[in-house]
Write a protein that binds this ligand. Structure first.
Ligand code: BGC
Length: 809
C-alpha cells in the first residue's frame, strides 16, 4: 500500500507541513489535511498560523466551553454540539477538529479546567464520546485530547506525571477508554507531558499496549503542538503525526535511524498507513452550508441547560415580569463567555446581559459597571452601583473571573473572586438584601461571600449566547437543570491535591491517588461548599420504587412541583464488603429526565463493564471483586434518594496492602508520606532538584533560573517579569506563557525547520555557560541545517514529480 512512496516521502509524511497542515503526496492520492482547534468552536486561522489564538480566525459559533456543557449532563445536547462543530469544520475545509478536551480536573487550579468536562471519568467519557460521535457524523475527524494525565499547565511541556498504574487507569485513562470504545475517534492527541518518565507521544505503554492493543484504537495519534520529542522513538511507540512542522528535521532523523538499523522501514510503514487511513476516513463531500442562526440557537439551548442554580433563598428566582432590575457588574456589559488560549473562537454573534435584559420582560432600571474588571478599588463606580441598587426591586450582580484568571498555559494560584468584586457585593448588601449573583467563570470559585447573596446562578462560560440563556433562567422561561460536574470546596486548601499541586520541579506527583474530587471529600468525610452533582431547580423531584437487581437499578422520578423541569438522576456505586481500597462511592450512570408538573417516569440504568471493576496493579489487569456492592440513586453525590445492594460474582477479594497503605484505605490523602506513595507506585519516587545545574534540551525555559550561565538566569527573570507585566495589564500573554513553560527542544519543533535539534543542542550549551562553543555550534549548525533541508526538499520535489515507480531516498 505504501510501496509507491520513497523512504523520504514516508518519513516526511509523519510531521506537519505547516502550523495546521499535514503534507500532501498528491501522486499517491494523499492530500494535505487541515487540523484546527478546537473544543467549543472552530478556530480556522485565516492569515499566518499560530497555535495560541493570537492571530485572527474565521467566524464560527462559540458554544459554551466543555466545563459548561458538562453541567448539562445531557448526552443528546453534547452530540448536537459535536454535530454543529463537525458541520462548521467541514464548511471551513477543516478535516480534523482538535477536541474535545477530556483531561480530569485533578485540581480546581488547573488553568485549562474551563476546557475540560469534569473531575469524574465516567461523566467526562460519556460527554466526550457524544461530542466525538457528533463531530465525526459530519465526515470530519475528532481528535480527543490530551492523552494522558495532563492536569497542570505549569511546565506543561516539561513535566512528568508520576502516577500509580491503578490511578492512571481508573481516573485518568477511563474517559479516553470510553471514547475510544464507544465513539471510535479517527485521531487522538497525545499530551505534552511525560507519564511515569516517558513522553506521552513516545510511550509504548500508552500508545501501543493500552490505546491500540487493549482498546482497539486504529486511528492516528497526533502530537500536541510541539509536544513530540524523539521522532524515532515516537514511530516505534505508536506516535503517528508530529505537529506543527519541524521542517524536515524529524524526517532526517527517521532516515538516519533507518540507515543505522535502529528503525525498520516496516515500522515506518505502520505509521504511514495510519496517515493514509486518516485521509481516507475523512469525507469532505458531506460539507454543506452552515445555518448560523440555528447554531446560535443551539448554543443558547446548551447554555440554558447548563446553568447551575446554586442558591435561591425564599424563591427569589424566577423574577416576575416587570420586576424593576438594577444590573451591576462589568461582566453584564462585556461578557466573559470563553477562555483564553488555543480554544479562542471568533464568534458569529455575541449577546450581552444588558442587551438580553433590555429585550426581556424585566424592567431594566439602571446598569452600573460597579467595579474595574481587572481589580483595584474604584469609589466612583461603587457609589454609582449602590445608588442603582437602592432604586430597584432586585439587583442582578454579574461577578466573575476576568480574562487573566483562567488561561491556557497558566495555572491559577487561588480560587477567590477579585477582591474589589467581593467588597462591592458587601456594600450592595448594606443597601438591599435582594441580590442575585450571576457568576461567569470556567471553574470553581470559593464563596465566603455567599451569605450576602439571596440567590446565586452560575453560568460558567456560556458561549456566544450565554447571556441570553442566563436571562431565560432568571425569568423562569427556562427552569435551571444544570448540575455541578465538579466539587466546590469550601477552601482551596481542602482539595486533596493541594499539597502536591502543581508539581513545581520536574515531576507532578499524583499522591492523592484515586481520591480526586468527590471521591476524596466523601471518603475522607471532608465537607464541601457544593457537592458534585448539585444544582437547584424551580420545581421539586421525588424518587420512588428504587430497585436494584443483577442488571441495574430501576427507579421512578416524579415532578412534585408546579412547573416543568428536568432532573439529573445520578447512579453511584460503592463496595459494601471489604476489599482493595476504593472511594466510598463513584458515579456509574446517570439519566436526565424532563417532566411536566405531576408527571413521572420510570428509568432503568443498566450496569456496564465499568460498574464494578477496579484495576488490579498486582495482576496488571482489570478485575471485579466478588461480594456485595452498594448502589444508590440521587440528586447529587451527597443527596442519595434510594439505594440497594447487589451480590456480584468475581475474584476473591483481598485487603492487599492495608497495613502499608493506611492513607489510601482511609481516604486521608491530603498528606501522604514519601514511603506510602512509593509503596503505592511500586518504585521509589523520582528525585527532583531545584539547585543550580547543567540543563538539557528537555528542560523548560523557566529552568534557566537554575542555569549555570548568568545570562540565561537573567533571560529567565526577564521572561518572568514580562509575564507579570502582561498580567498586571489584564491581558495574559499566551506566547510568553508558552515560552516560559516550553522545553528548549520545542524551539526546533515549533519553527518550521529553521532550528534543527542539533542547533537546540548548541543553545543548551550556551545556557550552560559555554558561550563560545554554543555560539559556534549554533552558527555552523545553521548552515548545516539549511543545506540539508534544501537537499531534502529538492529530493521530495523530485519524488513528487516522478512517476509512481519507487524512488529511493
Ligand atoms: C494545545 C492544544 C491545541 C494545540 C493547537 C496546544 O498548545 O495544548 O490543545 O489543540 O495547541 O492549537
Amino acid at each position: 500500500m505504501t510501496d509507491e512512496l520513497s523512504l523520504l516521502e514516508k518519513a516526511a509524511l509523519l510531521s506537519g507541513a505547516s502550523v495546521w497542515e499535514t503534507r500532501a503526496i498528491e501522486r499517491a492520492g494523499i492530500r494535505a489535511l487541515n487540523l484546527s482547534d478546537g473544543p467549543h468552536g472552530i478556530r480556522k486561522q485565516l492569515g499566518s498560523g499560530d497555535h495560541l489564538g493570537i492571530n485572527a480566525s474565521a467566524k464560527a459559533t462559540c458554544f459554551p466551553t466543555a466545563a459548561t456543557v458538562a453541567n448539562s449532563w445531557d448526552l443528546d445536547l453534547a452530540m448536537q454540539v459535536g454535530e454543529a462543530l463537525g458541520a462548521e469544520a467541514a464548511a471551513l475545509d477543516v478535516d480534523v477538529v482538535l477536541g474535545p478536551g477530556l483531561n480530569i480536573k485533578r485540581s480546581p487550579l488547573c488553568g485549562r479546567n474551563f476546557e475540560y468536562f469534569s473531575e469524574d471519568p465516567y461523566l467526562s467519557g460519556k460527554l466526550a464520546g457524544a461530542y466525538v460521535r457528533g463531530i465525526q457524523s459530519q465526515g470530519v475527524s475528532a481528535c480527543p485530547k490530551h492523552f494522558a494525565a495532563n492536569s497542570q499547565e505549569h511546565r506543561r511541556m516539561a513535566s512528568d506525571s508520576v502516577v500509580d498504574e491503578r490511578t492512571l487507569r481508573e481516573i485518568y485513562l477511563t474517559a479516553f477508554e470510553m471514547v475510544v470504545r464507544e465513539a471510535a475517534p479517527k485521531a487522538i492527541m497525545s499530551s505534552y507531558n511525560k507519564v511515569n518518565g516517558e513522553y506521552a507521544h513516545e510511550s509504548t505503554h500508552l500508545l501501543q499496549d493500552i490505546l491500540r492493543d487493549e482498546w482497539g484504537f486504529d486511528g492516528a495519534v497526533v502530537s500536541d503542538w510541539g509536544g513530540s520529542n524523539d521522532a524515532v522513538q515516537a514511530v516505534k511507540a505508536g506516535g503517528t503525526l508530529e505537529m506543527p512542522s519541524p521542517g524536515l528535521d524529524s524526517a532526517r532523523q527517521l532516515l538516519d535511524a533507518v540507515a543505522a538499523g535502529d528503525l525498520t522501514e516496516e515500522q515506518l510503514d505502520v505509521r504511514v498507513a495510519e496517515i493514509r487511513v486518516l485521509v481516507e476516513r475523512i469525507d469532505p463531500s458531506l460539507a454543506r452550508a452552515v445555518d448560523v442562526e440555528a447554531h446560535h440557537a443551539l448554543a443558547r439551548r446548551v447554555a440554558e441547560a447548563s446553568h447551575v442554580l446554586l442558591k435561591n433563598d425564599d424563591d427569589l428566582l424566577p423574577l416576575a415580569s416587570g420586576t424593576r432590575i438594577a444590573v451591576i457588574g462589568d461582566f453584564a456589559e462585556t461578557p466573559r463567555y470563553q477562555g483564553a488560549g488555543s480554544s479562542l473562537v471568533n464568534p458569529t454573534r455575541l449577546s450581552s446581559a444588558v442587551e438580553a435584559i433590555t429585550a426581556s420582560s424585566l424592567d431594566l432600571v439602571t446598569y452600573a459597571q460597579g467595579f474595574r474588571r481587572t481589580g483595584g478599588e474604584d469609589e466612583a463606580l461603587a457609589t454609582e452601583a449602590v445608588a442603582a441598587a437602592r432604586d430597584a426591586d432586585v439587583v442582578l450582580l454579574y461577578l466573575g473571573l476576568d480574562e487573566t484568571s483562567e488561561s491556557e498555559g497558566n495555572d491559577r494560584t487561588h480560587l477567590e473572586l477579585p477582591h474589589n468584586q467581593v467588597v462591592l457585593l458587601n456594600r450592595l448588601r448594606q443597601a438591599t438584601d435582594r441580590i442575585v449573583v450571576v457568576l461567569s467563570a470556567g471553574s470553581v470559585v470559593e464563596m465566603p461571600w455567599i451569605d450576602d447573596a439571596r440567590a446565586v446562578l452560575h453560568g460558567y462560560l456560556g458561549g456566544q449566547a450565554g447571556a441570553e440563556a442566563t436571562v431565560a433562567v432568571l425569568t423562569g422561561e427556562v427552569n435551571p437543570s444544570g448540575r455541578l460536574a465538579e466539587t466546590y470546596p469550601l477552601h482551596l486548601e481542602d482539595n486533596p491535591s493541594h499539597a502536591y499541586y502543581p508539581g513545581r520541579a520536574e515531576t507532578a506527583e499524583y499522591r492523592e491517588g484515586l481520591y480526586v474530587g468527590y471521591r476524596y471529600y466523601l471518603t475522607a468525610h471532608a465537607p464541601s461548599l457544593f457537592p458534585f452533582g448539585y444544582g437547584l431547580s424551580y420545581t421539586t423531584f421525588e424518587y420512588s420504587d428504587v430497585a436494584v437487581d443483577d442488571a441495574g437499578i430501576t427507579f421512578t422520578v416524579t415532578n412534585t412541583g408546579a412547573v416543568a423541569g428536568a432532573e439529573v438522576a445520578q447512579v453511584y456505586v460503592g463496595r459494601s464488603s471489604t476489599g482493595v481500597h476504593r472511594p466510598v462511592r463513584e458515579l456509574k450512570g446517570f439519566r436526565k429526565v424532563a417532566l411536566e408538573p405531576g408527571a413521572s417516569v420510570t428509568v432503568t440504568v443498566p450496569f456496564d463493564e465499568y460498574t464494578f471493576r477496579h484495576y488490579s496493579a498486582s495482576r496488571g489487569a482489570w478485575a471485579v471483586e466478588a461480594g456485595r456492592y452498594w448502589v444508590g440513586v440521587g440528586a447529587s453525590v451527597e443527596d442519595i434518594r434510594g439505594e440497594g445492594t447487589v451480590e456480584v460474582a468475581g475474584e476473591t477479594a483481598t485487603m492487599d496492602g492495608v497495613a502499608e497503605l493506611p492513607a489510601y484505605y482511609s481516604g486521608q490523602v491530603a498528606q501522604v508520606s514519601d514511603a506510602e506513595f512509593a509503596q503505592l507506585l511500586g518504585h521509589p519516587i523520582p528525585a527532583v532538584t531545584t539547585e543550580r545545574r547543567a540543563l538539557g534540551p528537555n528542560d523548560p525555559l523557566l529552568a534557566m533560573h537554575q542555569a549555570p550561565s548568568p545570562l540565561a538566569r537573567l533571560a529567565a527573570s526577564v521572561l518572568r517579569s514580562l509575564i507579570a507585566r502582561a498580567e498586571r495589564k489584564g491581558k495574559p500573554d499566551l506566547n510568553l506563557y508558552f515560552l516560559y513553560n516550553m522545553p528548549f527542544r520545542a524551539i526546533g519543533k515549533m519553527t518550521n525547520g529553521a532550528v534543527s535539534q542539533e542547533m537546540v543542542g548548541s543553545i543548551v550549551t550556551l545556557v550552560n555557560g559555554r558561550h563560545l562553543r554554543g555560539l559556534g555550534g549554533l552558527i555552523s549548525g545553521f548552515g548545516r541545517n539549511r543545506r540539508a533541508s534544501r537537499e531534502l526538499e529538492a529530493q521530495l520535489a523530485a519524488a513528487s514529480a516522478a512517476t509512481p515507480e519507487r524512488v529511493s531516498a
